[in-house]
Design a protein around this ligand. Structure first.
Ligand code: FAD
Length: 583
């Protein structure tokens, strides 16, 4: 009889526990040991901000499984408080620091899913106990205890987790400021998609400081570190005054009783140095089955370098879905070598709630496409999430990047109060399937008035995209505004009431319904210049563009209309736009 295989898993949360559970379902005989450095396994890291904000009230709910439940259900040997400190791949052993001291553990198959740790940028004073990260259940308990209503808090980093935590703290009554080095919040978003998010943060009472770095923290009276137990009730924690001071690179300062560091993560792989496992900028190098450079060792999750499905860029993708699915496929490769499906390249689909908005991305953004040397055409749409005549209709902001040659879908972003998740998930599926923008027209999507439109937002994106690709529609962009104002006649085809809310300087204003009868006016005003037309969202200007083109004008329609233009201009919109005296 052959010896049962021993599978050792490092890291007992998303990727590691998915792998261990799947391995057991495939192989009842294997000995499966999960080594977890922290006190908890299978905890809901994605739920931590919602505990801080009070939507999840019982911290025990964050502990999805326990070693005892995993033993009972799956016969897993789960060992919390066991940190792996090194790997000797020649002897197939891991070195472990456990509650009763160091030990060596042999393995037949070793799976690494150690995740990531918070990046600590070069900011002086980061060691203050007021500075917290939100990575673990205990982190969330500590932040919740330090969060005193009415006191000032600073969140460093306006990424997905930073904004979730900022909103959570604001919900608890703290005066929150978010500091972000990039030009806008949620840096993966295009600028025009981030602007409504910043407006929503302002509505929530959260101050946003973008385009500036934090450089130092001065803490006159450090607070005592907080001991937490997930089962213990959250107690109010009195923070002593005066608050710490966060210094920004522009010379300004922010008071803070609590500072949350959320500027990104890096693979937690220091324990692999010297193990022979190949690393690339700290990320574990793996093949399409999650196999590392060393035989018998696999790796998944935030700690590995993944190849992006659209750009081919090789870097860690810190998302729960890819980690969970890769863990499952690695178990297949260990237990059923030769027949396991390869791990799909991540598309990078993510979503976050900010106040009343949902914000979601999939595929690549313009910066990633530019870095990868990929040409792209961008579409902006503002369709309703469901039938306009049905109560509660709201506009979505939808952005697509498509390849100009074959129309392949490269990336999409959506912001709105309702229906965002549905559209991004359809578009993520389309990217995974390699669909072109014209294929979106043909998707049969669920429709009745409360849920969608007979021409769903995704179908409409397909129609706009295929019109652009075949030349039926020609677009101009908010980013080209200066050149357009200098070289073209700008034609505003909105109603007089809309024009009165602000138009572009020098614009000729003719409602689109009157355009056919007033083409001579357009020709006289253009005087040989191209005509660049716009409306509120891009629908009426597309109609006007077709009228103008067929009348012989050099015409183009503003992608996304005034809604996108205003979002692109942001705070400068009021300086650029003019209000005509008479229309
Ligand atoms: P993890 O799940 O982080 O697990 C790694 C584990 O390994 C850790 O528990 C760690 O203690 C342990 N470990 C590390 N080194 C060792 C060692 N040497 N020995 C033993 N154990 C070790 N993703 C989404 O897709 N959607 C979300 O909404 C979302 N929200 C998030 C919110 C927060 C606050 C956080 C922190 C993350 C969020 N994520 C979200 C990201 C998601 O949780 C991660 O991408 C995912 O958990 C990665 O899985 P992993 O197995 O690689 O690492």
């Amino acid at each position: 009889m052959t010896q049962p295989k021993r599978i050792v898993v490092v890291g007992g949360v998303a990727g590691g526990m998915s792998c261990a559970a799947r391995a057991r379902r495939l192989d009842e005989t294997a000995e499966i040991i999960v080594l977890e450095r922290g006190p908890h396994v299978s905890f809901a890291n994605c739920g931590l901000p919602y505990y801080i904000g009070g939507e999840i009230t019982d911290p025990a709910k964050l502990l999805v499984q326990t070693p005892a439940s995993l033993r009972a259900a799956l016969n897993l040997d789960v060992r919390p408080q066991h940190a792996v400190t090194g790997v000797d791949s020649s002897r197939r052993v891991v070195f472990v620091e456990g509650p009763s001291g160091p030990l060596e553990l042999s393995y037949d198959a070793l799976v690494l899913s150690p995740g990531a740790v918070a990046i600590r940028p070069p900011i002086t004073g980061l060691d203050s106990p007021r500075v917290q990260t939100v990575r673990t259940v205990d982190d969330a308990l500590t932040v919740a205890q330090l969060a005193t209503a009415g006191s000032p808090a600073v969140v460093l980093g306006a990424g997905f987790i930073g904004l979730e935590v900022a909103e959570a703290l604001a919900t608890r009554g703290l005066a929150v400021t978010v500091v972000e080095l990039a030009e806008h919040v949620l840096p993966p978003l295009e600028r025009e998609m981030a602007q409504p998010v910043e407006a929503e943060l302002a509505r929530l009472g959260i101050e946003v400081r973008t385009g500036v770095a934090a450089v130092g923290i001065e803490d006159p009276s450090p607070v005592e570190s907080v001991e937490t137990q997930p089962s213990s009730p959250v107690e109010t924690f009195e923070t002593p005054s005066p608050p710490a001071i966060v210094r920004l690179a522009d010379g300004s300062t922010l008071p803070a009783d609590l500072i949350v560091l959320s500027v990104g993560v890096r693979p937690d792989t220091d324990f692999l140095i010297g193990s022979g496992v190949a690393l690339d900028r700290a990320a574990i190098v793996v093949d399409e089955h999650g196999r590392t450079s060393v035989g018998g060792i696999w790796a998944v999750g935030d700690a590995v370098a993944s190849t992006h499905a659209v750009t081919g860029a090789n870097r860690p993708v810190a998302l729960a879905g890819p980690a969970n699915r890769a863990g499952r496929l690695v178990a297949d490769d260990i237990v059923r070598p030769g027949s396991a499906r390869p791990i799909p390249r991540p598309v990078g689909t993510a979503i976050v709630r900010v106040g009343d908005l949902a914000v979601a991305v999939t595929g690549a953004n313009s910066a990633e496409l530019t870095r990868a040397g990929r040409a792209f055409t961008t579409l902006h749409l503002h369709p309703n999430q469901h039938a306009g005549y049905f109560p509660g209709a709201q506009q979505l902001r939808l952005l697509l990047h498509v390849a100009p040659d074959d129309g392949r879908l490269l990336g999409a972003q959506a912001v709105g109060a309702d229906g965002v998740d549905k559209r991004i998930d359809v578009l993520a599926t389309a990217i995974r399937a390699g669909l072109c923008v014209g294929d979106l027209i043909d998707l049969d999507l669920a429709y009745s008035p409360p849920y969608g439109q007979a021409k769903d937002a995704v179908n409409l994106a397909g129609m706009v995209g295929s019109n652009v690709l075949d030349g039926t529609l020609r677009l101009w962009y908010a980013a080209d505004l200066d050149q357009v104002l200098a070289e073209a006649l700008v034609l505003d085809v909105r109603s007089a009431a809309e024009v009165a809310t602000g138009t572009l300087p020098g614009a000729l204003t003719i409602p689109h319904t009157e355009l056919r009868g007033r083409l001579a006016e357009v020709a006289a005003a253009a005087d040989g210049r191209p005509v660049r037309v716009f409306c509120a969202s891009g629908v009426r200007s597309a109609i006007a563009h077709r009228v103008l083109t067929q009348a012989g004008f050099d015409s183009a329609s503003l992608s996304g209309g005034m809604l996108t233009l205003r979002a692109h201009l942001g705070a400068t919109a009021d300086d650029v736009l003019v209000t005509p005296v008479t229309v």
